[in-house]
Design a protein around this ligand. Structure first.
Ligand SMILES: [Zn+2]
Ligand SMILES: [Zn+2]
Length: 281
Protein backbone atom coordinates (compact mmCIF):
# COMPACT_ATOMS: atom_id res chain seq x y z
CA UNK A 1 0.00 0.00 0.00
CA UNK A 2 1.37 3.37 -1.00
CA UNK A 3 0.88 6.71 0.63
CA UNK A 4 -0.78 9.85 -0.60
CA UNK A 5 -0.10 13.60 -0.46
CA UNK A 6 -3.15 15.80 -0.91
CA UNK A 7 -1.58 19.26 -0.78
CA UNK A 8 1.01 20.18 -3.42
CA UNK A 9 1.99 23.23 -5.46
CA UNK A 10 3.42 23.44 -8.97
CA UNK A 11 4.72 26.17 -11.27
CA UNK A 12 1.08 27.03 -12.00
CA UNK A 13 1.25 28.87 -8.66
CA UNK A 14 4.37 29.23 -6.53
CA UNK A 15 5.85 25.75 -6.73
CA UNK A 16 9.11 24.88 -8.45
CA UNK A 17 8.16 21.75 -10.39
CA UNK A 18 5.86 21.72 -13.39
CA UNK A 19 2.69 19.64 -13.00
CA UNK A 20 4.23 16.80 -15.05
CA UNK A 21 7.42 16.91 -13.03
CA UNK A 22 5.64 16.68 -9.70
CA UNK A 23 3.51 13.74 -10.91
CA UNK A 24 6.61 11.87 -12.06
CA UNK A 25 8.44 12.78 -8.86
CA UNK A 26 5.56 11.47 -6.72
CA UNK A 27 5.55 8.20 -8.63
CA UNK A 28 9.32 7.83 -8.32
CA UNK A 29 8.95 8.30 -4.56
CA UNK A 30 6.55 5.38 -4.38
CA UNK A 31 3.40 7.36 -3.61
CA UNK A 32 0.05 5.97 -4.69
CA UNK A 33 -1.80 9.22 -5.40
CA UNK A 34 -1.41 12.98 -5.11
CA UNK A 35 -3.61 16.04 -5.34
CA UNK A 36 -2.36 19.17 -7.10
CA UNK A 37 -3.68 22.16 -5.16
CA UNK A 38 -2.27 25.39 -6.58
CA UNK A 39 -3.17 28.78 -5.10
CA UNK A 40 -6.23 30.28 -6.75
CA UNK A 41 -5.69 28.51 -10.05
CA UNK A 42 -6.49 25.25 -11.83
CA UNK A 43 -4.16 26.03 -14.75
CA UNK A 44 -1.82 23.15 -13.89
CA UNK A 45 -4.47 20.45 -13.60
CA UNK A 46 -4.92 19.47 -17.21
CA UNK A 47 -1.20 18.83 -17.63
CA UNK A 48 -0.95 16.99 -14.31
CA UNK A 49 -3.93 14.76 -15.03
CA UNK A 50 -2.63 13.93 -18.50
CA UNK A 51 0.79 13.02 -17.17
CA UNK A 52 -0.87 10.82 -14.56
CA UNK A 53 -2.80 8.97 -17.25
CA UNK A 54 0.33 8.59 -19.31
CA UNK A 55 2.44 7.03 -16.59
CA UNK A 56 -0.37 5.26 -14.72
CA UNK A 57 -0.49 7.36 -11.57
CA UNK A 58 -3.57 8.73 -9.81
CA UNK A 59 -3.84 12.53 -9.71
CA UNK A 60 -6.70 14.22 -7.85
CA UNK A 61 -7.68 17.58 -9.35
CA UNK A 62 -7.59 20.21 -6.62
CA UNK A 63 -7.21 23.88 -5.80
CA UNK A 64 -6.36 26.01 -2.76
CA UNK A 65 -8.34 29.23 -2.49
CA UNK A 66 -7.38 32.09 -0.17
CA UNK A 67 -10.48 33.40 1.55
CA UNK A 68 -11.18 36.65 3.32
CA UNK A 69 -10.45 36.15 6.99
CA UNK A 70 -8.90 38.12 9.80
CA UNK A 71 -6.63 38.15 11.80
CA UNK A 72 -5.06 34.88 10.52
CA UNK A 73 -5.39 33.45 7.05
CA UNK A 74 -7.95 31.01 5.74
CA UNK A 75 -7.26 28.69 2.83
CA UNK A 76 -9.90 26.38 1.41
CA UNK A 77 -9.00 23.27 -0.51
CA UNK A 78 -11.26 21.89 -3.21
CA UNK A 79 -10.91 18.29 -4.40
CA UNK A 80 -12.29 16.46 -7.44
CA UNK A 81 -13.42 19.63 -9.15
CA UNK A 82 -14.63 19.65 -12.72
CA UNK A 83 -11.71 21.47 -14.32
CA UNK A 84 -13.86 22.58 -17.24
CA UNK A 85 -16.55 24.18 -15.11
CA UNK A 86 -17.04 27.72 -16.48
CA UNK A 87 -18.11 29.22 -13.15
CA UNK A 88 -15.03 27.92 -11.38
CA UNK A 89 -12.79 29.10 -14.19
CA UNK A 90 -14.41 32.52 -14.26
CA UNK A 91 -14.03 33.03 -10.53
CA UNK A 92 -10.39 31.95 -10.52
CA UNK A 93 -9.61 34.13 -13.55
CA UNK A 94 -11.05 37.05 -11.63
CA UNK A 95 -8.64 36.37 -8.74
CA UNK A 96 -5.69 36.11 -11.13
CA UNK A 97 -6.59 39.43 -12.67
CA UNK A 98 -6.87 41.06 -9.26
CA UNK A 99 -3.45 39.67 -8.38
CA UNK A 100 -2.00 41.10 -11.58
CA UNK A 101 -3.28 44.53 -10.57
CA UNK A 102 -2.00 44.25 -7.03
CA UNK A 103 1.63 43.66 -7.88
CA UNK A 104 2.29 46.93 -9.75
CA UNK A 105 0.77 48.70 -6.73
CA UNK A 106 3.43 47.17 -4.51
CA UNK A 107 6.09 48.42 -6.94
CA UNK A 108 4.61 51.93 -6.85
CA UNK A 109 4.70 51.87 -3.06
CA UNK A 110 8.30 50.66 -3.00
CA UNK A 111 9.39 53.31 -5.50
CA UNK A 112 7.66 55.96 -3.45
CA UNK A 113 9.75 54.78 -0.49
CA UNK A 114 12.92 55.24 -2.52
CA UNK A 115 13.41 51.56 -3.30
CA UNK A 116 14.45 51.26 -6.91
CA UNK A 117 13.17 47.97 -8.22
CA UNK A 118 11.07 47.36 -11.30
CA UNK A 119 8.19 45.01 -11.93
CA UNK A 120 10.19 43.34 -14.71
CA UNK A 121 12.81 42.29 -12.18
CA UNK A 122 10.15 40.77 -9.95
CA UNK A 123 8.54 38.91 -12.85
CA UNK A 124 11.97 37.56 -13.75
CA UNK A 125 12.47 36.36 -10.19
CA UNK A 126 9.18 34.46 -10.38
CA UNK A 127 10.51 32.31 -13.21
CA UNK A 128 7.29 32.59 -15.18
CA UNK A 129 4.80 31.39 -12.57
CA UNK A 130 2.46 33.47 -10.41
CA UNK A 131 4.14 36.56 -9.02
CA UNK A 132 3.87 36.84 -5.25
CA UNK A 133 5.43 38.74 -2.39
CA UNK A 134 8.29 36.21 -1.96
CA UNK A 135 9.52 37.30 -5.40
CA UNK A 136 9.53 40.94 -4.33
CA UNK A 137 11.50 39.87 -1.27
CA UNK A 138 13.97 38.01 -3.44
CA UNK A 139 14.68 41.11 -5.55
CA UNK A 140 14.96 43.27 -2.43
CA UNK A 141 17.62 40.90 -1.11
CA UNK A 142 19.45 40.69 -4.44
CA UNK A 143 19.62 44.46 -4.71
CA UNK A 144 20.86 44.82 -1.16
CA UNK A 145 17.88 46.65 0.33
CA UNK A 146 17.38 43.95 2.95
CA UNK A 147 19.35 40.98 4.19
CA UNK A 148 16.61 38.37 4.57
CA UNK A 149 13.08 37.39 3.62
CA UNK A 150 12.00 38.16 7.14
CA UNK A 151 13.39 41.69 6.93
CA UNK A 152 11.79 42.21 3.51
CA UNK A 153 8.38 41.29 4.89
CA UNK A 154 8.80 43.16 8.17
CA UNK A 155 10.02 46.40 6.65
CA UNK A 156 8.07 46.48 3.39
CA UNK A 157 5.76 43.64 2.42
CA UNK A 158 3.73 42.30 5.32
CA UNK A 159 0.19 43.44 5.98
CA UNK A 160 0.39 46.92 7.47
CA UNK A 161 3.94 47.55 6.21
CA UNK A 162 4.42 50.62 3.98
CA UNK A 163 4.63 48.83 0.61
CA UNK A 164 1.77 46.42 1.27
CA UNK A 165 -1.18 46.40 -1.13
CA UNK A 166 -4.40 44.63 -0.32
CA UNK A 167 -5.32 41.39 -2.00
CA UNK A 168 -8.74 40.69 -3.43
CA UNK A 169 -10.25 37.56 -1.92
CA UNK A 170 -13.55 35.77 -1.89
CA UNK A 171 -15.51 35.30 1.26
CA UNK A 172 -15.25 31.74 2.63
CA UNK A 173 -18.86 30.99 1.72
CA UNK A 174 -18.26 32.13 -1.87
CA UNK A 175 -15.20 29.91 -2.23
CA UNK A 176 -17.01 26.92 -0.76
CA UNK A 177 -19.97 27.57 -3.00
CA UNK A 178 -18.04 27.53 -6.25
CA UNK A 179 -15.99 24.51 -5.18
CA UNK A 180 -19.32 22.77 -4.55
CA UNK A 181 -20.90 24.00 -7.78
CA UNK A 182 -18.05 22.51 -9.78
CA UNK A 183 -18.61 19.12 -8.17
CA UNK A 184 -15.77 19.46 -5.71
CA UNK A 185 -15.38 18.66 -2.01
CA UNK A 186 -14.45 21.67 0.16
CA UNK A 187 -11.91 21.19 2.95
CA UNK A 188 -10.49 23.71 5.41
CA UNK A 189 -6.70 23.83 4.89
CA UNK A 190 -4.21 23.91 7.81
CA UNK A 191 -6.65 25.18 10.49
CA UNK A 192 -3.64 26.28 12.50
CA UNK A 193 -3.26 29.42 10.39
CA UNK A 194 -6.68 30.65 11.50
CA UNK A 195 -5.01 31.41 14.81
CA UNK A 196 -5.43 28.77 17.49
CA UNK A 197 -8.29 29.96 19.59
CA UNK A 198 -11.63 29.06 20.98
CA UNK A 199 -13.44 30.24 17.88
CA UNK A 200 -12.32 27.34 15.67
CA UNK A 201 -15.39 25.28 16.52
CA UNK A 202 -17.67 28.17 15.76
CA UNK A 203 -15.93 28.80 12.45
CA UNK A 204 -16.17 25.13 11.52
CA UNK A 205 -19.88 25.07 12.22
CA UNK A 206 -20.43 28.16 10.12
CA UNK A 207 -18.39 26.77 7.24
CA UNK A 208 -20.19 23.43 7.45
CA UNK A 209 -23.43 25.25 7.05
CA UNK A 210 -22.06 26.56 3.74
CA UNK A 211 -21.04 23.07 2.62
CA UNK A 212 -17.60 22.42 4.14
CA UNK A 213 -16.94 18.66 4.17
CA UNK A 214 -13.52 18.23 5.65
CA UNK A 215 -10.58 19.53 7.60
CA UNK A 216 -6.88 19.18 6.85
CA UNK A 217 -5.73 17.39 9.98
CA UNK A 218 -2.30 16.15 8.85
CA UNK A 219 0.08 18.96 8.00
CA UNK A 220 3.80 19.46 8.65
CA UNK A 221 3.26 22.59 10.78
CA UNK A 222 0.68 20.91 13.03
CA UNK A 223 2.25 19.44 16.15
CA UNK A 224 0.95 16.18 17.58
CA UNK A 225 -1.28 17.96 20.05
CA UNK A 226 -2.89 19.98 17.26
CA UNK A 227 -3.31 16.88 15.10
CA UNK A 228 -5.13 15.24 18.01
CA UNK A 229 -7.34 18.31 18.49
CA UNK A 230 -8.25 18.55 14.81
CA UNK A 231 -8.93 14.82 14.69
CA UNK A 232 -11.29 15.14 17.62
CA UNK A 233 -13.10 18.03 15.94
CA UNK A 234 -13.40 16.06 12.69
CA UNK A 235 -14.90 13.14 14.59
CA UNK A 236 -17.28 15.32 16.57
CA UNK A 237 -18.67 17.02 13.48
CA UNK A 238 -18.46 14.11 11.05
CA UNK A 239 -15.91 15.90 8.87
CA UNK A 240 -13.51 14.19 6.51
CA UNK A 241 -9.86 14.22 7.50
CA UNK A 242 -7.31 15.07 4.84
CA UNK A 243 -3.63 15.84 4.85
CA UNK A 244 -0.65 16.83 2.80
CA UNK A 245 2.78 18.37 2.94
CA UNK A 246 2.15 21.69 1.12
CA UNK A 247 5.33 20.86 -0.76
CA UNK A 248 6.49 23.65 -3.07
CA UNK A 249 9.68 21.95 -4.18
CA UNK A 250 11.81 24.47 -2.36
CA UNK A 251 12.65 26.35 0.81
CA UNK A 252 11.66 24.65 4.06
CA UNK A 253 14.58 22.33 4.72
CA UNK A 254 14.05 18.65 4.68
CA UNK A 255 10.41 18.78 3.74
CA UNK A 256 9.61 16.29 1.03
CA UNK A 257 6.60 15.11 -0.89
CA UNK A 258 4.57 12.39 0.83
CA UNK A 259 6.59 12.28 4.03
CA UNK A 260 6.81 15.90 5.21
CA UNK A 261 9.73 16.04 7.60
CA UNK A 262 9.64 12.28 7.94
CA UNK A 263 6.59 11.93 10.13
CA UNK A 264 3.86 11.72 7.54
CA UNK A 265 2.41 8.53 6.05
CA UNK A 266 -1.09 9.17 4.83
CA UNK A 267 -3.01 6.11 3.68
CA UNK A 268 -4.89 5.84 0.41
CA UNK A 269 -8.14 5.53 2.36
CA UNK A 270 -8.16 9.37 2.60
CA UNK A 271 -8.69 9.51 -1.15
CA UNK A 272 -11.40 6.85 -0.99
CA UNK A 273 -13.23 8.79 1.69
CA UNK A 274 -13.06 11.95 -0.41
CA UNK A 275 -14.54 10.05 -3.33
CA UNK A 276 -17.29 8.70 -1.14
CA UNK A 277 -18.28 12.11 0.17
CA UNK A 278 -18.24 13.45 -3.34
CA UNK A 279 -20.71 10.88 -4.63
CA UNK A 280 -22.93 11.35 -1.61
CA UNK A 281 -23.43 15.06 -2.26
ZN1 LIG B 1 -2.31 27.30 2.41
ZN1 LIG C 1 -0.70 25.23 0.01
Amino acid sequence: MGYVDLHLHTTASDGVMTPSEIVRYAKSKGLQAIAITDHDTIEGLEEGLLEGEKIGFEVVPGVEISAEYSPGSMHLLGYFLDIHDPLLKGNLDYLQKARAERNPKIIENLNRLGVRISYEEVVKASGGGQVGRPHFAQVLIEKGYVRSFQEAFDRFLKKGAPAYADKVRFKPEQAISFIKESGGVAVLAHPKTLGMNSTLQKILLELMEEGLKGIEVFYPEHNSLEVAQFKALAKRYGLLMTGGTDYHGIDKEELDIGVGRGEMRLPYSLVEELKEVRTRT
